[in-house]
Design a protein around this ligand. Structure first.
Ligand code: DLL
Length: 433
């Protein structure tokens, strides 16, 4: 099933024409309603008339998270506050949070793109769907919630917390779909096992997972332990929240809702636009947003865009998995390390739980990487020889993937803090100095 074939299966030429029309309108709108953009465009000597097609997007200025922070709270809002009906905020580890205001139309577009995503995952009106992303300032909960309602399935707004009660609801209400972070899905699986409930006692069949990077191995692990099929859901608060892109049954990249969010890949150093098929930083322009429209927003997410046709029938451009972020990529002794690389190695080995923490330190002038990882109950023992051999196996594998040596710390089952939302996988103590 396809929720909106007219848009999702639009020919590339028609999409180009629609995007061109929408970009012109958008540039006019922000030029006249957001002093921030008018100033930027004037400084670059560009006027709205210079934008004749979507290809002219390269003439426009970029927007960064820092711009949003510097103009906190409402500096980039284009609609009058009387038109804003909801506000979300994105957490940041430092500085001001990012405030995002939505008009009524923005919310309608959001529930449309979420309904497209859920339909693509196979959700129908007959499903009962648990939304287990946090409700509140975070966009995950309410974003997924209104998508499920728009589609006509039954929504159970479980949010986060009280996992045992959640599992009883999953069993008793015959919940068939769940939206949560992949790390919370693993925690659910663990709790299910602890409660002595088998995956055959529940009816989960679809998972809408996102809000943090995850790997194919993690997908297999979640699918196997919860007895469902897991789909990737991507988005970010600044652009809208969940629903920017979504996987289809082919699971070969995520279709971008590019009639609303125009994607580009750029080289993060030169800021040049890169062709499809090249990995770089993902940038979005919100083609239809009213509340806080953004021109060329730099997500810092690293991925690749593909425009080859997909067998599912949708014609939209697809994005590959997020392979890292241009800003949280770890550089250890000059080598780029992505936490997802460590995760893949851990998940390939039966001895370990998919629970790990990377701790980076600087000793003298040397960066060190410690990988803390939980050993599965069945493999944990007092036999030092066995444990040392296990440690060496992991160290060797990591070395061959990362090209640097990591110090491995084997942890007892259940000793690494679990998360209900986004998991924290990296502690970089070098930055504290
Ligand atoms: O995480 C919105 C969301 C909620 C997406 C629920 C999907 C599901 P933010 O808190 O602003 O918004 O964080 C956005 O999270 O730039 C990525 O780095 C990361 N991210 C989101 N989805 C994925 C995904 C929400 N599917 C930031 N895979 C983004 C990898 C993801 N990373």
């Amino acid at each position: 099933m396809i929720w909106n074939p007219a848009k999702e299966c639009m020919s590339r030429d028609e999409m180009h024409a629609l995007q061109s029309k929408r970009l012109q309108k958008l540039v006019n709108y922000v030029y006249h309603n957001t002093p921030f953009y008018r100033n930027k465009m004037q400084a670059m000597d560009i006027s709205p008339e210079d934008i004749k097609s979507i290809d002219d997007i390269v003439k426009l200025p970029f927007t960064t998270k820092q711009d949003l922070r510097d103009n906190y709270p409402y500096g980039l809002q284009a609609a009058p506050s009387s038109e804003i009906v909801r506000v979300h905020a994105s957490s940041g580890t430092t500085g001001n949070p990012t405030i995002v205001g939505y008009t009524r139309k923005d919310l309608a577009v959001w529930s449309e793109v979420m309904a497209r995503a859920l339909t693509s995952f196979g959700v129908t009106r007959d499903d009962t769907f648990s939304v287990s992303y946090g409700y509140g300032l975070f966009t995950g909960g309410l974003g997924a919630h209104y998508g499920v309602e728009n589609l006509g399935a039954t929504v159970i707004p479980t949010s986060t917390g009280n996992t045992e009660k959640h599992i009883r609801l999953i069993r008793d209400l015959k919940i068939s779909g769940i939206a949560c972070t992949p790390s919370y899905a693993l925690y659910l699986a663990e709790t299910l096992e602890k409660m002595g409930i088998s995956k055959d006692d529940i009816n989960l069949r679809i998972g809408a997972f996102g809000a943090e990077p995850w790997t194919e191995n993690m997908r297999k692990e979640i699918e196997q332990r919860l007895g469902l099929k897991g789909y990737n859901l991507y988005g970010l608060s600044e652009i809208v929240g969940p629903g920017v892109s979504y996987e289809c049954s082919e699971q070969n990249g995520s279709h971008v809702n590019e009639d609303h969010y125009y994607p580009e890949i750029i080289d993060p150093d030169t800021l040049e636009q890169l062709p499809y098929g090249t990995t770089g930083e993902l940038v979005f322009t919100t083609l239809t947003k009213e509340g806080m429209p953004l021109l060329r927003y730099r997500t810092k997410d690293l991925c690749t865009l593909y425009d080859e046709e997909c067998a599912c029938g949708r014609k939209s451009v697809r994005m590959g998995r997020i392979v890292g972020r241009s800003d949280d990529m770890l550089i250890i002794r000059g080598i780029n390390v992505f936490p997802s690389q460590v995760e893949s190695v851990i998940l390939e080995m039966n001895e370990f739980e998919p629970q790990y923490l990377l701790v980076v330190e600087r000793k003298g002038n040397l960066d060190t990487l410690q990988v803390q990882v939980e050993v599965r109950k069945d493999f944990f023992s007092d036999d030092i020889g066995r444990m040392l051999a296990m440690k060496k196996r992991l160290a060797d594998k990591l070395k061959s993937v990362l090209s640097i040596a990591a110090d491995i710390k084997l942890m007892e089952p259940n000793s690494i803090a679990r998360s209900e939302g986004k998991s924290k996988r990296v502690i970089d103590n070098r930055m504290l100095k």
